[in-house]
Design a protein around this ligand. Structure first.
Ligand code: ADP
Ligand code: MG
Length: 392
């Protein structure tokens, strides 16, 4: 059972570990409700630090910085998946209400513990992780069976946006890839025939209320999220029910307060596989900003402030299109994209993160397209892809 404590009211400071775009959008949502925000991030130019009332520029485990955050903030959360668990624990020890707590966050920080956790209800829910083998030492390589190849070797820690993973077809390729990663702990996963990918966004309040957003369908390009479409066009209603039940079971089992995202693969065979857990608001939940009653960022604020959760109802169909640094660079020289042309569509909602330097594959912003029908929204997104010359 989650803590039952008094609500933290507007006017109070909320703390966030990490100053990236997720922290920035969290800050905007918190400020809209009258809260103040304190961001801890070592980078002087962090997107969230630029908009928060207070930016503590220090390392996540800096003792003085954590004490300062604890003095100011009644509650704290994280926007950065790889924030050291000890930073969350120390804030809690200093009397701060931490949501989610380090236990739930750290399960998702390591693919080995994550897969072990995802396997725990495979039998009852019929959804489990991909077939895989943990590779921590040379001898583990001899355990690889043919059915795991071709496979994807993923580092256990610090992987995101397709980084820290490589496809291997043979045992020799696998061994070379593991050596190239520096013989660190990895997971070899069977490469599966995906039909499509979806994510389930769920939230749990301090009072144990659990709410789910509609399941969203994702398209990735080069391992990076490209678009999220809601309602998910390829998903069958019975699959959606099963996926939402699994995600709700996950958030309860982790005794997790806040917003959590679970990525699933739907295979050509129709089977569903749980891929990974993100212990925070997620890129595939950005559509909620303009398509749902309550955005995922407002929901995170509500959960950590111990006020009731907001409705997750979808008001209108939506597609989220990620904007990468490539869109500034795809003509050879650096040119600001034609935002005025994109915004000529009166239902295109532009969100930019205030990052000064566009780099290839760097997430710079996103556009949420909304409309009265899914077809209208898809057309609007296609138009913008052309205008911005986004490579498909
Ligand atoms: P990241 O932490 O980088 O998001 P993921 O494990 O989610 O890592 O992998 C990124 C993408 O790579 C997935 O969204 C999917 O498109 C593809 N992928 C990952 N694992 C598999 C797999 N076992 N079989 C087929 N495709 C996969
Ligand atoms: Mg992923």
């Amino acid at each position: 059972m989650a803590d039952r404590l008094d609500p933290i009211l507007p006017g109070s400071y909320l703390g966030v570990l990490g100053g990236g775009q997720l922290g920035r959008m969290f800050t905007h949502a918190a400020q809209a409700m009258g809260y103040k925000v304190c961001v801890l991030d070592p980078d002087i130019n962090s997107p969230a630090g630029a908009v928060a009332e207070k930016h503590i520029q220090a390392d996540y485990i800096d003792q003085a910085a954590l004490k300062e955050m604890a003095r100011l903030c009644a509650a704290a959360s994280t926007e950065f998946e790889n924030v050291p668990a000890q930073a969350l624990d120390q804030l809690e020890a200093l009397g701060v209400y931490v949501a989610p707590k380090s236990g739930g966050v750290s399960v998702a920080q390591n693919r080995i513990t994550e897969k072990k956790f995802l396997a725990t209800w495979q039998v009852e829910a019929g959804i489990g992780p991909a077939n895989h083998l943990v590779i921590e030492r040379e001898a583990d390589l001899t355990q690889v069976t043919e059915d795991l190849l071709p496979g994807i070797l993923k580092t256990a820690r610090m992987g995101y946006d397709g980084k820290g993973q490589v496809t291997v077809h043979t045992r020799a390729e696998l061994e070379n890839a593991w050596v190239a990663f520096g013989r660190i702990a990895c997971v070899l996963e069977k490469r599966m025939d995906l039909d499509f990918e979806v994510s389930a966004l769920v939230a749990r309040g301090h009072d144990d209320e659990v709410l789910a957003y509609p399941v969203a369908q994702n398209i990735h390009k080069n391992g990076i999220l490209h678009t999220t479409t809601v309602p998910a066009p390829s998903l069958k209603p019975e699959q959606e029910i099963k996926i939402i039940e699994a995600a709700k079971a996950i958030i309860r089992r982790l005794d997790y307060v806040g917003v959590l995202c679970v990525e699933f693969f739907v295979l050509k065979s129709g089977d569903i596989v749980a891929n990974e857990i993100a212990p925070r608001p997620h890129n595939s939940g950005h559509y909620t900003q303009n398509a749902c009653v309550t955005s995922q960022f407002e929901q995170q604020v509500r959960a950590m402030a111990r006020v009731p959760l907001g409705s997750t109802r979808l008001v209108q169909p939506s597609i989220m299109l990620n904007i990468l640094g490539d869109e500034w660079l795809n003509t050879g020289s650096q040119i600001e994209p034609s935002w005025n042309v994109v915004l000529a569509d009166s239902c295109a909602k532009l969100h930019l993160y205030g990052k000064a330097e566009p780099r290839v594959a760097r997430k710079m912003g996103h556009i949420n397209f909304v409309g009265s029908t899914s077809a209208d929204v898809a057309n609007a997104c296609d138009q913008a892809i052309k205008v911005l010359r986004i490579k498909r």
